[in-house]
Design a protein around this ligand. Structure first.
Ligand code: 0O2
Length: 247
């Protein structure tokens, strides 16, 4: 039985002092973890979908382009527990990690990120555990995103549990950058050559500048729509803006 479970956990898990019995226990915990954290993801995702729909009705604009969700893989959980010096147990996962459940919210514009974050944070049953603004304060490598860890109540058969969910909110452009950087880091075992790292950083800055320009154009178009001005005026003002910026 234990050997079969060990096999199911896969060859990737090669930790010293990790017995077949530990593996079997963890495997059983992981099945429950997948179910419970999956439920927490659905609870937060539904909130976000409702906010997006309601915002669209009120403002004729969907702040959310799309969402991606995942329960952290068992390999990734074991790697993180080991890195943090926690025991490889189900209890350590639920008590020590806050990113087992993850939702990535991809927005159209930078302003949408803050709109969605604020609307989620102000909900009475949402408890903000951690908030990091990597947009106002990008990481040294150029990573930009808005991170929230929230706790949401999930009603199980045995009672209610406040479950943590990590919500990463970013624009499509920021997501494009982060995906490539993640892939590069993964392929190069974390050691990205300096010239590539420099180029990535430059790309991140270009992307941030483009995000701001797109935001300005979008806000401008919204103003026009609300003020019902003539299309010729739109062209004129857009070209004036471009001239001012030397494009
Ligand atoms: P995965 O596979 O995406 O889940 P910790 O979570 O304890 O390591 P902290 O400070 O809470 O530390 O984490 P932070 O900085 O908020 O980052 C958590 C997640 O954000 C990461 O999860 C990544 O998904 C993403 N992230 C953070 N920094 C970068 C970065 O420089 N590049 C990219 N592409 N993504 C980043 P994991 O667990 O690393 O990976």
């Amino acid at each position: 039985m234990n050997n079969r479970l060990m096999q199911q956990l896969g060859d990737k898990i090669k930790y010293a002092n990790f017995s077949a019995e530990d593996a079997a226990k963890l495997y059983l915990s992981y099945a429950k973890i997948t179910k419970n954290y999956g439920a927490a993801i659905r609870a937060v995702q539904t909130k976000l979908e409702i906010l997006d729909e309601d915002f669209e009705l009120l403002h004729e604009h969907n702040p959310i382009h799309h969402m991606e969700t995942r329960v952290k893989s068992i390999e990734s959980i074991l790697e993180k527990l080991t890195r943090k010096g926690y025991p490889l147990t189900g209890q350590a996962i639920t008590e020590g990690l806050t990113d087992v459940a993850g939702i990535r919210v991809i927005c159209h514009y930078v302003e949408d990120i803050y709109t969605i974050a604020d609307l989620l944070k102000r909900q009475a049953d949402i408890q903000v555990v951690k908030e990091t603004d990597y947009i106002k304060h990008p990481k040294p490598n150029g990573y930009r995103s808005y991170h929230l860890v929230v706790k949401v109540p999930v009603f199980f058969v045995d009672g209610v549990v406040e479950m943590p969910v990590e919500v990463q909110i970013r624009t499509m452009a920021m997501d494009f950058w982060a995906s490539l950087e993640h892939k590069l880091r993964y392929k190069s075992d974390g050691l990205i050559p300096k010239f590539i790292a420099d180029e990535l950083k430059e790309c991140s800055e270009t992307i941030a500048a483009s995000d701001l320009k797109m935001q300005r154009i979008h806000s401008f178009l919204e103003d026009i729509e609300h003020n019902l001005q003539l299309p010729e005026l739109v062209d004129e003002t857009l070209s004036q803006e471009a001239e001012r910026e030397g494009n």
